[in-house]
Design a protein around this ligand. Structure first.
Ligand SMILES: NC(=O)c1ccc[n+]([C@@H]2O[C@H](COP(=O)([O-])OP(=O)(O)OC[C@H]3O[C@@H](n4cnc5c(N)ncnc54)[C@H](OP(=O)(O)O)[C@@H]3O)[C@@H](O)[C@H]2O)c1
Length: 350
């Protein structure tokens, strides 16, 4: 497929791909990467006139090769219009809730699961050659029966009943959506591959925080207590490299975990403090929690396909903080705690 893009570029005909939820944190970086590699991009956003999506139009090559399509993932006709004429589709759109979910069906389950089904059906109807669905390690970690000393690989799936019991509706939605995508691909002869990134950090292209950056901001601003549990982190630029790589590699199949770095909360704070000693930070000087459900993850399948993460964890964190500084988000750090997104409640609850 790489050869095809080069060929298309030389002949003046570009390969066109669709990215759903294009204004979001990860998707914006993906659109930027695709444009820089010579793809024409059909980008879906829910509201093309919303200023929060204006950054897309300012990307290099956007004037020539980016078309915005207005589409909610629950609107099948709008999705069909966006994927028409494309060779591949990257399905990134999904609500990532900051607050406790009160109505799971409308807030996360329907857009995640029915939304995924809708895009896959639009892909089948429009002869799409390959679909990359962005899942999450939220769909991997939460299996209480996984052997404690065995690193989690692509065989590990979060247990839906366990997540429901904890009211972790985002996790439930990501598991069902990912399984739905893989099963749909099998049953309907559509080439579907899923990627499960862990918490993505690094610079922001759109001037607002998504949930993973709200987490880092909470760590920096403190000064509350946080359990000393492990966190997996990946640079957003390495995530989008992985998404494009699995799209291009003809042999890619099934799901891929994308989680190169694991660090305890305490070490994370200490790493940040080395470069930025003057923020409040959360207090996690306590011992490492031994029975955390978050245990080591393996990204070997993705690495064996050819993925090499380029950013060190320290670079990712520094680039994030520099971005917050530029956006003026850290000015009120002293004595001004901010909220931990509910998604990460396991970091503070007993
Ligand atoms: N960031 C992470 O650490 C991380 C880690 C693992 C996996 N992921 C996955 O990566 C994807 C992107 O996450 P992100 O962090 O980049 O989140 P984000 O910045 O909040 O972006 C989410 C995107 O989904 C769109 N969306 C939500 N509901 C939609 C609907 N009903 N119809 C159409 N679009 C809808 C949003 O559109 P609006 O702007 O209109 O709301 C937004 O563009 C998600 O699938 C998420 O599960 C993220």
């Amino acid at each position: 497929m790489a050869g095809r893009t080069e060929e298309a570029r030389r002949s003046g005909e570009r390969e066109t791909v669709c990215v759903t939820g294009a204004g979001g944190y990860i998707a914006s970086w993906l659109v930027k990467l695709l444009l820089s590699r010579g793809y024409a991009v059909h980008a879906t956003v829910r509201d093309p006139r919303d200023p929060k999506n204006a950054h897309l139009g300012q990307l290099e090559w956007a004037a020539e090769n980016l078309r915005l399509f207005k589409a909610d993932v629950l609107d099948s006709d709008a999705l069909a219009a966006a994927v028409s004429g494309c060779r591949g589709v990257f399905h990134v759109a999904c609500p990532v809730p900051t607050d406790r979910v009160l109505d799971p069906e409308s807030e996360v389950l329907a857009p995640a699961v029915q939304g995924t089904l809708n895009i896959l059906q639009a892909c089948s109807a429009n002869n799409i050659q390959k679909v990359v669905v962005v899942s999450s390690t939220a769909a991997v970690h939460f299996d209480p029966n996984w052997p404690p000393h065995r690193p989690k690989d692509e065989d590990c799936w979060s247990d839906i009943n366990f997540c429901k019991k904890n009211e972790d509706w985002y996790m439930v939605a990501k598991v069902i959506a990912e399984k739905t995508a893989l099963e749909y691909g099998e049953r309907n002869g559509l080439n579907v591959v899923t990627v499960c990134p862990t918490m993505a950090l690094g610079p922001l292209l759109r001037p607002m925080l998504n949930v993973s950056h709200e987490f880092l901001m909470y760590i920096i601003k403190g000064p509350t207590m946080m359990k000393n549990i492990p966190w997996h982190i990946v640079d957003v630029r390495d995530v989008v490299d992985a998404l494009l790589m699995v799209y291009k590699k003809e042999e890619s199949t099934g799901r891929y975990i994308c989680a190169p770095n694991c660090i305890s909360a305490k070490d994370l704070v200490n790493m940040l403090k080395r470069d930025y000693p003057n923020y409040n930070y959360v207090n996690c000087d306590n011992d490492m929690v031994l029975n955390s459900i978050v245990t080591p993850l393996m990204s070997e399948k993705l690495k064996n396909l050819g993925w090499k993460p380029m950013k060190t964890l320290e670079e990712t964190l520094l680039d994030s903080v520099e971005c917050y500084k530029k956006m003026g988000l850290l000015k009120d750090a002293e004595g001004c705690p901010c909220r931990l997104p509910h998604l990460f409640h396991m970091a503070i609850e007993k």
